[in-house]
Structure formats: C-alpha cells, structure tokens
Design a protein around this ligand. Structure first.
Ligand code: NDP
Length: 450
C-alpha cells in the first residue's frame, strides 16, 4: 500500500498502527485517502492544519454495556456503540446497526463513510454511526423492546436534536425506532426530532422508508443517462439483500422499466426470470419477517439456491448490491463482467471489495460508490429533521421531488470533482473529493478545536 504523498503515507501508517485490528475501518480510510492525493498535492494548508489526521480520528467514541432480560427471564448482555465522527458541518447523523457482526471497526468504517456521504447531500449534517452486536433474528417483539429501551437508556445521554440524530440501518426499522423513541421521550420528557425514520403518526417523514432504494435508482438513472445515454428501461437487474434498501430499489427499478430477477438474504438467493413479484416479497419480509426462500413456495417458475454469493452469477445488465459490506468480491465482479454487466451501483455500504471495484473500473463498467449512490436515505432523514424543526409535514411528492433533485446533484458533484482533478469518469474519486472538500473547508474555518 503506497501513497504518492508522503503526508498521506504518514497519516495512513499511523492509523494502521494504532488500529491494526480494525480491517473494515482501514479499508474505508485507505480508499478515501487514496482519492485525496491530487487535493493534498494542490492544497498545502491541509497538511499545515493537520486536516487529514484529524478527519480520520473520531471526535468521540461511546461504548457501553446493554443488559436486558429475555423472555425466559435470563439476563443478556450486549455491547453498544456510538461513534460521533465529525461535526464540522452539522450535528452527527447516521444509523444504528443491530447485527452480530457489529464491532468497533464496523461502526468506525460506517461513521467515517457517513462524513463524506452526508456532506455530498448538500445538507447540514455531520457524520456518526452506532449500533450493537445484538442479533434481532428470532427475538420476540417484547425482547426487541426491552433491548431497545436498555440501549436508549445510555444512548440518550449523548444524543439530541441539535447534537446527534441517529436513524435505522441493518436490523433497525420502524419497529425499533418506535421503541427507541418512546424510551428517549420517557427519559427526557421531550417530544423532539432526536431520531429519524420515525412512524408517520409521531413525526416521521413520508418517503423515508423508500428513500435509500429510490435514491439509489435515481442516482443510477442519472449516471446511465449522462455517461451512456441510456436508462433502466428494458434492463435486467440483480439486487442482493431483501431488506429495506433492496425492496425499495426493486420497486423503483421496476417503475423505471427494469426487470429485477433476483434477491437474496444471508442464507441464499431467489431467481425469478419473469421479474420479482414485490408484493410477495413485502409480505414475507415486511409483514411476516420471514426468509427469502419462502418466495419459491408462492411464485411458480422461481428457484432458490443456498449461499448468497452465487447471486452474482446471474446474467444481468445492472447489479445493485444492497445487503452488506464486502459481499461482492473480485471473483464475483469478474463473473458479472463476463456476463455483460454495464453498471454497478452500491446500495449497501462498501459492498464491493477494493479488488472488485478495480475490476469494474478497469473493464470500463459504470460504477457508483455507496457514499454517493445510497445517500438518499440520510438526505431524506435530514428532510425529516427539517419538518420536525418547523413542525410541518410535507407530502410524499414534495419529499420524493427533493430526493430526486438531491440524487441528481450528488451525481453531478461527483462527476464534476472527478473531472476537475483529472479523473474523468471515476465516480469513486469524485465522491470522495466532493464530500471531503466541504468538510475540510469547515474544519479549516473553525480552527484546531478538536
Ligand atoms: P435490513 O436489515 O433491512 O436488510 C439487510 C439485508 O441484507 C437482509 O436481506 C439481510 O439478510 C442481508 N444481510 C445482512 N447482513 C448480511 C450478511 N452478513 N451477509 C449477507 N447478507 C446480509 O438493512 P438495510 O436494507 O437497511 O441495509 C442494507 C445495507 O444498506 C447496509 O449496508 C446498510 O448500511 C445500507 N444502508 C441502509 C440505509 C437505510 O436507510 N436503511 C441507508 C444507507 C445505507 P438476513 O435477513 O439474512 O440478515
């Protein structure tokens, strides 16, 4: 791993030494720092003011015990996290993830990515992320509630509508946000916009549920249109995952004229050559909280295969990885390329390994990086914060219209930054630079406070 800039090399080496075990975080940091070579070269002030070493270090990390009682009356203990990474341009903002794979490295990588993503939205939100190694799978509603109440009892001391505003992520949807919000209100006696992704009856925004998946498709449509004079129309689409992002990416890709033929979960994937029936998927995943393999019992002509990576062997024009980090490796990328994929856009955070990204870029495949293409969720969360502040409720069309404009603007910000720094067509570099510039400007203006 070698940087051209000795400054970047020094910062990265120090980071790698101090966080040797945090491989996801180092992967995310390396990718961003690599993109910043031309910016650092042209702006000596960044080194003079220590901007890079400051931006890779979280402003604050909170780690805490979460004890709760299961349905059998047994005490369970999980670990909770909130990483408040950067508040240069606004209050910390980023989701909460509940998944057994959660550790400090995962939360730091997500929080770090969130800084640049939130900056790209053009809205005043800083970067943060949190979660727990609690596994919601197989837990009763009551167990989920008791966990959320215990988690919020500690978290409530560190967040606030103008300080840090968490939202959902893997394992945290409307049900969990409801329990978390109820506990915050009970502890603080405040009805305030401290969380986003809330239910519509208590301050949530229309279109927030759909926003990440819809936004991903708006970004992809703009990328296809501007870079290939093409669109979703008539394209075969493969989407991994079958959670919030995957479901609403399927809905919008279909509305835009694409045919989604596959979805997955962590056990396996379904293939439906006739185009996925989304009503059936929503019933299984959103209502029954079941597994994706149940789809084949209800839809004739579809098949189920164990193992989630095989999904990338299905021939498609557009691939949208929407499950989790590092789910698409070099081998899968090469299979997609051999099968004629024309565009890959990330719905999940960092779903493609660095080797997969390089394979797509070397093959001239359009590639949209997560921090740009999945920013629609957090952007709409910021719109929810605005509505909460003015105590108003916008229509679905109003929010969706703003989301479309934001996603188009993000695409052009990435495209323009890539051109400006001599990397035309490279949206990874463009997203990192465009996201970084605003945060760095704000940090420079605010002095060495952190
Ligand atoms: P959900 O919990 O709703 O769904 C997650 C989906 O991914 C499920 O199908 C799940 O399968 C699958 N999955 C999770 N972990 C793994 C794993 N280790 N291996 C294989 N599959 C896995 O989460 P979301 O849809 O909200 O999030 C998906 C991705 O999108 C994440 O990377 C998240 O950070 C990102 N994202 C989400 C946003 C949002 O607004 N929700 C905003 C921006 C990004 P299973 O049920 O088997 O676990």
């Amino acid at each position: 791993m070698a940087f051209k800039s000795s400054y970047l090399q020094r910062v990265y080496d120090g980071l790698a030494e101090r966080n040797a075990e945090q491989k996801e975080f180092l992967q995310a940091a390396y990718e961003v720092l690599e993109s910043l070579e031309p910016v650092v070269e042209q702006n000596p002030k960044l080194e003079e003011e220590g901007i890079i070493e400051r931006i890779v270090e979280p402003e604050r990390i909170i780690m805490f015990r979460v004890s709760w009682v299961d349905d059998a009356g047994k005490v369970q203990v999980n670990r909770g996290y909130r990483v408040q990474f950067n508040s240069a341009i606004g209050p910390y903002k980023g989701g909460l993830r509940l998944h057994p794979s959660v550790n400090l490295s995962v939360i730091k990588f997500l929080g770090f990515e969130q800084i640049f993503k939130n900056s790209l939205t053009g809205l005043p939100i800083g970067g943060g992320k949190g979660g727990s190694d609690f596994d919601p799978k197989g837990k009763s509603d009551r167990e989920i509630m008791r966990f959320c109440q215990s988690f919020m009892t500690e978290l409530s001391k560190h967040i606030g509508a103008d300080t840090d505003v968490p939202a959902g992520d893997i394992g945290v949807g409307g049900r969990e946000i409801g329990y978390l919000y109820g506990q915050y209100k009970r502890l603080r006696n405040e009805f305030t916009g401290v969380l986003t992704g809330k239910g519509l009856s208590y301050g949530g925004s229309l279109a927030r549920t759909e926003a990440t998946g819809y936004g991903l498709c708006y970004y992809t449509e703009e990328m296809l249109s501007c870079m290939k004079n093409d669109s979703f129309k008539g394209k075969t689409v493969v989407i991994s995952g079958s959670g919030n992002v995957a479901i609403y990416a399927t809905e919008k890709a279909t509305q835009l004229g694409g045919k989604v033929v596959a979805l997955s979960d962590s056990n396996g994937y379904i293939h439906d050559p006739n185009g996925v029936n989304l009503d059936v998927v929503k019933q299984i995943k959103e209502v029954e909280r079941g597994r994706i393999k149940e789809y084949v019992d209800r839809v004739p002509g579809s098949t189920y295969t164990e193992g989630c990576r095989g999904i990338w062997s299905i021939k498609c024009d557009i691939a949208l990885p929407c499950a989790t980090q590092n789910e698409l490796d070099e081998e899968s990328a090469k299979t997609l390329i051999a099968n004629g994929v024309m565009a890959v856009a990330e719905g999940a955070n960092m779903p493609s390994t660095p080797e997969a990204v390089a394979a797509f870029q070397n093959a001239g495949i359009l590639f949209a990086p997560a921090k740009a293409s999945n920013a629609g969720g957090v952007a709409t969360s910021a719109l929810e914060m605005s509505q909460n502040s003015e105590r108003l409720h916008w229509t679905f069309e109003e929010v969706d219209g703003k989301l479309q404009t934001i996603m188009k603007n993000i695409f052009h910000a990435c495209d323009d930054a890539a051109k400006k720094y001599g990397h035309e067509g490279n949206l990874v570099v463009g997203a990192n630079i465009a996201g970084f510039e605003k945060v760095a400007d704000a940090m420079l203006a605010q002095g060495v406070a952190y």
